[in-house]
Design a binder for this molecule. Structure first.
Ligand code: FMN
Length: 184
């Protein structure tokens, strides 16, 4: 994988071990996590609780038998009660040209404005699927586990849709980085 940006100024402290004394702080942990590159997703839902979507990087494969992934959702997010009331979601993984959606779904934008910025397909479970997402996972939420500030949603993956883009998008060091295939 080849990053297309030469800007690699690291977040937070440059080097060293934290903490010198006392417990590890939330900020130091977040600075450390900024050094883990992650794909960017817009997670959507619709159902009895209404329609909602939020940007997530805390999405992970759990198992291929059965196909399962997890999504970590902050219980303080405005979308939390909606996801709590619904039992389906779609994980829409963004391509490089869909970066603006990450900002829109990343908070503080009214829900109608978020969805008005893109085209969506109605999935079989009801949750909106982003047209031309790099990949989309149609899921049913199988279980939820509270862990610290977040709920971990374990999701059965019912269908996948592979999109047209070959250019992925990664969030690293608190910035977006488009990915290009390595030259042969
Ligand atoms: C790049 C990026 C990644 C994010 N990853 C997550 C995540 O994995 N889980 C989460 O709960 N919130 C995550 N957020 C924050 C949510 O998108 C945000 O809290 C959500 O849109 C709700 O905001 P609101 O409460 O203002 O509506 C992320 C935001 C950005 C910009």
């Amino acid at each position: 994988m080849r990053m297309t940006t030469s800007s690699f100024a690291p977040a937070g402290r440059l080097e060293g071990t934290t903490p010198p004394d006392g417990p590890l702080t939330r900020e130091a942990f977040r600075d450390a996590m900024a050094r883990l590159g992650a794909a960017v997703h817009v997670v959507t839902t619709d159902g009895p609780g209404g329609r909602a979507g939020f940007t997530a990087s805390a999405v992970c494969s759990v198992s291929d038998t059965p196909p399962t992934l997890l999504v970590c959702l902050n219980r303080a997010a405005s979308v939390y009660p909606v996801f709590e009331a619904n039992d389906t979601l779609v994980v829409n993984t963004l391509g490089a040209d869909q970066q603006p959606l990450s900002g829109l779904f990343g908070g503080r934008t009214p829900m109608d404005e978020r969805f008005a910025a893109a085209h969506w397909h109605a999935g079989p479970g009801g949750a909106p699927r982003l047209a031309d997402a790099a990949v989309a996972f149609e899921c049913r939420i199988a279980s939820r586990v509270a862990a610290g500030s977040h709920d971990v949603l374990f999701c059965d993956v019912l269908a996948v849709h592979l999109g047209p883009t070959a250019h992925g998008l990664v969030y690293f060091d608190r910035r977006y980085h488009p990915l290009l295939p390595a030259p042969h």
